[in-house]
Ligand binder design. Structure first.
Ligand SMILES: C[S@@+](CC[C@H](N)C(=O)[O-])C[C@H]1O[C@@H](n2cnc3c(N)ncnc32)[C@H](O)[C@@H]1O
Length: 192
């Protein structure tokens, strides 16, 4: 294990794993280490929990979550280069409880998972001038259709399913808010 295990790592140390062009996106697009740790701790409420990061980017949430918890952390990411980078970082830290899938989240079977992390992944579609890059189609209509698909998938999950949202106004139908931080950016939900 690297001497800077992501269990104890600061944002600066973790982000040093990234090439410059990915590191510069960190403040806006990748979860801060403290948020990743808090979210992961809430999501892994029993042994063997399988957590899905909906839009896993460069893998920061999953890698930190996997280093701090016993659950399995799976990230789904539509950009192949980010998926490959996330894999590389997970290997660097010799983590066996994390993996990344290059796919669109709408094609993922949620029944394989027990808990979910969602860092406002679709927002890029409606926000001018803050795209990660131009490698995928961005369109306000996609924001609507992806949000609807996500709502429907989460609604089918059993009672007790846990979800963490980070930023965004979206309220998941059928889920009860069990915690929110001071500025409402970090919210913990549980399906009723
Ligand atoms: C705000 S970043 C969050 C990254 C990561 N969850 C973290 O906290 O570090 C959102 C990511 O979601 C990805 N994304 C957006 N829409 C997606 C979709 N429909 N399917 C898969 N990935 C998607 C983007 O490419 C981006 O990397």
């Amino acid at each position: 294990m690297d001497s800077f295990s992501p269990r104890f790592i600061s944002d600066k140390e973790f982000d040093d794993n990234f090439p410059k062009e990915i590191e510069r996106l960190s403040g806006k697009h990748w979860a801060p280490a403290t948020i990743a740790k808090r979210a992961a701790k809430f999501l892994v409420n029993r042994p063997g929990v399988r957590v899905l990061d909906i839009g896993s980017g460069a893998g920061k949430f999953c890698v930190i979550g996997a280093a701090c918890n016993d659950g399995l952390f799976v990230g789904v990411e539509q950009r192949q280069n980010l998926c490959q980078l996330a894999d590389k970082i997970a290997q660097h830290y010799q983590l066996s409880n994390v993996k990344f899938i290059h796919a669109n989240v709408i094609d993922i079977d949620f029944s394989q998972y027990n808990a979910f992390f969602f860092y406002n992944a679709f927002y890029e579609n409606i926000e001018d001038n803050n795209a990660i890059d131009s490698s995928v189609e961005l369109d306000p209509a996609l924001y609507q259709s992806y949000t609807l698909a996500l709502t429907e998938k989460l609604l089918k999950m059993p009672a007790g399913t846990r979800l963490v949202t980070y930023w965004g106004e979206w309220v998941p139908e059928g889920y009860e808010l069990v915690y929110t931080n001071g500025n409402d950016s970090l919210r913990f939900w549980e399906k009723g």
